[in-house]
Design a protein around this ligand. Structure first.
Ligand code: PGA
Length: 249
């Protein structure tokens, strides 16, 4: 049984006052029960604020990136140990915006996942194809290579602690969503890739869908067998929309 995970990716948005409103709004409207796990991934300067505000709630917090080095002379970087100090439960690694704007390779993303796990932080490993790759029929090949780099460096036990997020690049922030069946097909494929390494891990790893998930399409997407939650960008900045997605589970 995989517990649904609804994760907000705030990207480079927020301020102390806006976050306060958003977080208290989420806490106030959270449905009772523990069927859904809720997570917000905030910019690094606001992780301590998330820890303060969310501490007594069931909402978890996490970061959007982590350094691929453990410590030292890496100006501007934030280490996994620092995220652990901020009591992050999760960290996003390999978001397509990092892959595209910071040239992050599959191997670098895998190293970040390793360092996160070494601090007991669960990596949310993002994979996804561009429109060009989808149109040329390369979707499975692309996402398999992205995931395989992570699979290769983890033990079966570590792999079971990873979250995967399938985010087709052409659907991120564009309003275009993969149809539930298109997403399900890739999710099932990703799970089959995990199963080659470990069937036990494949059964427990949650595979989230991301890319213009909103209240209007969340229910249909989340109803698919291998879609275990969502990684939500734009709609995670509004408590009303974020809560509506949680309620759709
Ligand atoms: P979006 O972003 O929901 O705004 O498309 C998702 C993401 O990039 O994680």
């Amino acid at each position: 049984m995989r517990r649904t995970l609804i994760a907000g990716n705030w990207k480079m948005n927020g301020s102390f006052s806006a976050n306060q409103t958003l977080l208290t709004g989420i806490i106030a409207g959270l449905p009772v029960g523990d069927a859904v796990e809720t997570l917000v991934c905030a910019p690094a300067p606001y992780l301590a604020q998330c820890a303060d505000v969310l501490e007594k709630s069931s909402v978890a917090w996490g970061a959007q990136d982590v350094s691929d080095h453990a410590k030292g002379a890496f100006t501007g970087e934030v280490s996994a140990a620092m995220l652990a100090d901020c009591r992050c439960k999760y960290v996003i690694v390999g978001h397509s915006e990092r892959r595209a704007y910071h040239a992050e390779s599959n191997e670098l993303v895998a190293q970040k996942a390793v360092l996160a796990l070494s601090e007991n932080i669960m990596p949310v490993v993002c994979v996804g194809e561009t429109l060009e790759q989808r149109e040329s029929g390369a979707t499975n090949e692309v996402v398999a290579a992205q995931l395989q780099a992570v699979i290769d460096v983890l033990t079966d036990g570590q792999l079971a602690r990873v979250v995967v997020a399938y985010e087709p690049v052409w659907a991120i922030g564009t309003g275009k969503t993969a149809t539930p069946q298109m997403a399900q097909d890739v999710h099932a494929f990703l799970r089959s890739q995990l199963a080659i390494k470990s069937v036990a891990a494949a059964n427990v790893v949650r595979i989230l869908y991301g890319g213009s998930m909103k209240p209007e399409n969340a229910k249909e997407l989340l109803a698919m067998e291998d879609i275990d939650g969502g990684l939500i960008g734009g709609a995670a900045l509004s408590p009303v929309d974020f809560l509506a997605i949680i309620s759709a589970c």
